[in-house]
Design a protein. Structure first.
Length: 192
């Protein structure tokens, strides 16, 4: 394999046995190559790092199935290639799903707007938000208007993820109480 690094049979056996030091050697030997290989296909460093981490996690989780007779570099790059394919497949399906939702959303928004005034629903929700405690209101707005994840909100506000989830749940319950069930689901799916 030219200058491609390889693990010895002894190192592979130690990884199979769950020896952390041997796995660290594997990681140090292959991580940058796996990441660069993924980045060459994806063209995004953050995603490539995530894929590389997934590859090593899969190797560790399946370490007992490793064979000392296999070409380890071929094995690890096959896993990497599969992870990249999975990434593109999920990205394709997500984009396709978003496009189909946008088509449905615009059609439904028109139909709903003819029966309900969307502005009135938004005003009712905003009035409800004004009556909430400041932190709950802030958490809800960061989630629904800034589209931050619960982890990002927790980090930004220096609170636990569980507290973020509780605030969002309580905010939605308050909004639901002030809207009829039908209007609440319109708000959840079409207005935000």
């Amino acid at each position: 394999m030219g200058n491609t690094p390889q693990l010895s049979k002894h190192q592979i056996e130690e990884i199979r046995q769950g020896k952390i030091a041997a796995f660290e050697d594997l990681f140090n030997l292959f991580y940058s190559r796996v990441k660069n290989f993924a980045q060459g296909m994806i063209k995004n460093e953050d995603t490539a790092e995530e894929i590389a981490q997934n590859v090593f996690m899969k190797v560790w989780m399946n370490r007992e199935k490793l064979s000392a007779d296999l070409s380890f570099s071929s094995y690890i790059f096959t896993i990497t290639q599969n992870e990249v394919h999975d990434y593109f497949r999920s990205k394709y399906y997500f984009l396709h799903y978003q496009e189909s939702l946008q088509k449905v959303d615009s059609k439904l928004e028109y139909e709903i707007d003819s029966e309900y005034n969307i502005k009135e629903i938004k005003e009712l929700v905003n009035t409800t938000l004004l009556s909430m405690p400041e932190q709950r209101k802030l958490v809800f707005k960061l989630s629904r208007e800034k589209f931050l994840t619960n982890d990002e909100i927790a980090q930004k506000l220096n609170i636990s993820k569980r507290t973020v989830e509780k605030h969002i749940s309580l905010a939605l319950a308050t909004i639901k109480k002030n809207l009829s069930d039908f209007l609440f689901w319109i708000f959840i799916f079409f207005i935000q």
